[in-house]
Design a protein around this ligand. Structure first.
Ligand SMILES: NC(=O)c1ccc[n+]([C@@H]2O[C@H](COP(=O)([O-])OP(=O)(O)OC[C@H]3O[C@@H](n4cnc5c(N)ncnc54)[C@H](OP(=O)(O)O)[C@@H]3O)[C@@H](O)[C@H]2O)c1
Length: 304
C-alpha cells in the first residue's frame, strides 16, 4: 500500500518530530503520540546544521509524517548570525522536504508573520506579498519556499507572536519582570496577534486528521495556511492583559513606549496580523480570540 494514502493513526507508522523541546514541539510531542509512533528529536540529539546527518536520520526512521517545529527563533541574534539562521530555517527544512518527497511522507512545517513588511492595515492573507525586514524573516521565507518547491506533500503553517508556559517568550519575560519591578515599559506601535502555542499544536493535530479521507491523503489540502488566534493588539496591550490577569495589576504599571525608544538589532513589522480565513474555510478550524488564549494558558500555568 502507498504509505501516503494509508492514513493516520497507526501505531506501526513512524512520525518524526524535530524541535521536540521548543514551545510548540513540546505540545506536539504529546498530541502526535495519538497518531503513530513518535521519534522526537531535540537539539541535543541532532544539530540541524548537520544536513548529512539530518538526511541519514530521516531515511533511517522512514517516517510517514515529518513535523518540523525546530527553528532558529532568536530574531535579534539572527542579524549577526545569518549563516546559522539560513542553515536551520531554510536548508534543514529543504532537506526534510526533499526526504519527505523521496519517502512519500507528509511534511508539516512552521513559518512566521515576520515574512511580511508590516505596511498593511488589514490582516495578511496567505497570498499577500511578502517582504521580510530582517534576517530571521528572510531565512524563514526561504524555508517556506524550499518546502513548496520540493514536490513533497506538505503543510506550511505560518503562526505569530507565540507564547506558552514553557520556554523563553514574552509571557514568561513579563511575569518575571513583574515580580521584580513596579513599572514595565513596552512598545505600543507594533500590532499583531499573541497566540498560545498549545492552540497551534492542537490545530496542527486537527489539520493532520483533516488531511485524510477514508485513508487517502487529500493532496488538494496541501499548501500554506495561517494559524493564529483572532483579534489584534500591541505588545503593550498584551503586556497589560498579562499583568491584569496574573494579579499584578494593582502594583505594576505598564507604560507604552515607541519602537524608537526600544531599539533592537532586528527591525520588526509594525503590523503583522494574519487572516486565518483559509484555515477556517478548508479545515473548519478557528482559534479563539487572543485574550481567551491567554486566559487558557494562565489557567493551565497555575494548575500544572
Ligand atoms: N516564537 C514565536 O513568536 C514565533 C512566531 C511565529 C512563528 N514561529 C515559528 O513557530 C515554530 C515554533 O517556534 P517556537 O516558538 O516553538 O520555537 P522555540 O521554542 O524557539 O523552539 C525551537 C526549537 O528549535 C531548536 N533548535 C534551534 N536551533 C537548532 C539546531 N541548530 N538544531 C536542532 N534544533 C535546533 C531549539 O533548541 P535550542 O533551544 O536548544 O536551541 C528549540 O527547541 C518555528 O518555526 C518558529 O519560526 C515562532
Amino acid at each position: 500500500m502507498n504509505r501516503r494514502t494509508a492514513g493516520l493513526p497507526d501505531s506501526n507508522r513512524n512520525i518524526l518530530l524535530f524541535g521536540a523541546n521548543g514551545q510548540l514541539g513540546t505540545r506536539l510531542n504529546t498530541l502526535l503520540a495519538a497518531k503513530g509512533t513518535v521519534r522526537a528529536i531535540g537539539h541535543a540529539e541532532l544539530d540541524l546544521r548537520d544536513l548529512t546527518k539530518l538526511r541519514a536520520l530521516i531515511h533511517e526512521t522512514n517516517p510517514a509524517l515529518i513535523v518540523n517545529a525546530a527553528a532558529y527563533t532568536a530574531v535579534d541574534a539572527a542579524e549577526s548570525d545569518a549563516a546559522t539562521a539560513q542553515l536551520v530555517n531554510a536548508e534543514a527544512p529543504r532537506v526534510m522536504a526533499e526526504a519527505a518527497r523521496e519517502l512519500d511522507a507528509l511534511f508539516m512545517h512552521y513559518s512566521t508573520d515576520y515574512v511580511f513588511a508590516g505596511t498593511a492595515r488589514a490582516p495578511y492573507a496567505e497570498e499577500s506579498p511578502v517582504s521580510p525586514l530582517g534576517v530571521y524573516g528572510a531565512s524563514k521565507l526561504a524555508g517556506e519556499q524550499a518546502v513548496t518547491a520540493s514536490g513533497a506533500a506538505h503543510l506550511v503553517l505560518r503562526t505569530a507572536w507565540l507564547y506558552s508556559n514553557h520556554g523563553k517568550n514574552f509571557l514568561n519575560t513579563m511575569l518575571r519582570l513583574a515580580a521584580e519591578r513596579d513599572e514595565l515599559r513596552v512598545v505600543s506601535d507594533q500590532t499583531g496577534c499573541p497566540t498560545y502555542a498549545d492552540l497551534v499544536a492542537a490545530a496542527s493535530a486537527q489539520m493532520l486528521d483533516g488531511m485524510y479521507d477514508d485513508g487517502n491523503l487529500r493532496t488538494e489540502r496541501c499548501g500554506l495556511y495561517h494559524v493564529a488566534c483572532q483579534g489584534e493588539t500591541t505588545w503593550w496591550g498584551f503586556a497589560r492583559r498579562i499583568i491584569e490577569l496574573s494579579g499584578y495589576g494593582e502594583r505594576v504599571r505598564v507604560l507604552p513606549i515607541s519602537t524608537l525608544e526600544y531599539p533592537t538589532p532586528a527591525k520588526r513589522p509594525a503590523y503583522s496580523v494574519l487572516s486565518t480565513a483559509k484555515l477556517e474555510r478548508v479545515f473548519g478550524i478557528r482559534l479563539p480570540d487572543w485574550e481567551d488564549g491567554l486566559k487558557r494558558c494562565l489557567a493551565e500555568r497555575y494548575t500544572q
